[in-house]
Write a protein that binds this ligand. Structure first.
Ligand code: ZN
Length: 282
């Protein structure tokens, strides 16, 4: 099927979208071509995906917000009017940590590209485009703690002086076990943006990912790790990306997010609660 190109930029005026970066490749799970064009968007408009519908060949506008999440089983899937976009969380972590807050992202494809399973694909593209990380100051007060518990998973947002995340994981695997790690706005974003996803070899074989990303065998990993605790760092990356679905850059929130074995489902619920609790963009 011919792919309609994303709308071209006209001559630069301050109000018109400017192309920042683009990606062409193939989806690792869908095995289908993907074209992503990242453009500027009006201030305070947030991140909006424009996903090409295979039915109408028109772009469907899907705002990156928790209300548009249609699935959280393996990754975060946004959808509207029958058009879906999978694996948005690593991209949203990259934009959050780089302080890139207003974007129109045109996607022809079923998923955002996975790269090596971290957010490095995006942060490398941003750097190539001359964008340096500029995480915003935490200025928005969280008035009350928000504590969510689902079975043995807990996610807390606690009022604090700045944004931070802390993750506690507990996996019955000899190379993981019980681990915790934390990150705050004063630290280098690469401490988490370069942490790659992981999963069991069985799951990855089922998805056709076993040669592309880190898998867990019974007693080891299939690739050398960047850090000994790379899996827990990736959990923080996912959490940051998921929290971006509250509609503002979560780094702006003066809160400590503590996750005990949390995942996409509880993260997205937190994003909804934050969206309700925080002041809206003007
Ligand atoms: Zn992830």
């Amino acid at each position: 099927m011919p792919v309609t190109p994303a709308p071209e930029n006209k001559e630069a005026t301050s109000k018109e979208a400017v192309s920042l970066a683009s990606f062409s490749g193939r989806g690792l799970t869908s095995k289908q071509p993907i074209q992503v064009d990242i453009k500027t968007a009006p201030k305070n408009s947030g991140i909006t995906f424009h996903v090409l519908s295979s039915k109408t060949n028109q772009y469907v506008e899907i705002k990156a917000c928790a209300d548009n999440v249609v699935n959280t089983l393996r990754n975060v899937v946004l959808g509207k009017d029958g058009t879906r976009l999978c694996i948005v969380e690593h991209f949203l972590a990259a934009t959050t940590l780089w302080g890139v807050e207003d974007l129109s992202v045109y996607v022809a494809g079923l998923e955002m590209p996975l790269g090596d399973g971290s957010a490095a694909l995006w942060t490398d593209l941003f750097e190539k485009a001359g964008m340096q990380p500029s995480p915003p100051q935490s200025t928005i007060e969280l008035k009350e703690p928000i504590i969510l518990t689902r079975g043995d998973r807990t996610l807390m947002a606690l009022p604090d002086t700045k944004f931070s995340v802390q993750y506690m994981m507990d996996w019955n695997h000899p190379k993981i076990g019980k681990r915790w790690q934390s990150w705050d706005v004063g630290q280098n974003p690469a401490e988490i943006t370069r942490a790659r996803t992981f999963g069991t070899l069985k799951d990855h074989q089922m998805l056709g990912l076993e040669n592309d990303v880190i898998s867990l065998t019974a007693d080891d990993f299939t690739m050398p790790l960047h850090w000994e605790d790379e899996p827990v760092r990736h959990k923080m990356l996912d959490l940051v990306g998921d929290l971006a679905l509250c509609g503002i850059n979560p780094l702006r929130i003066k809160a400590k997010f503590v996750s005990i074995k949390g995942g996409h489902e509880i993260d997205v619920e937190m994003a909804k609660r934050l969206a309700a609790a925080l002041p809206k963009h003007n």
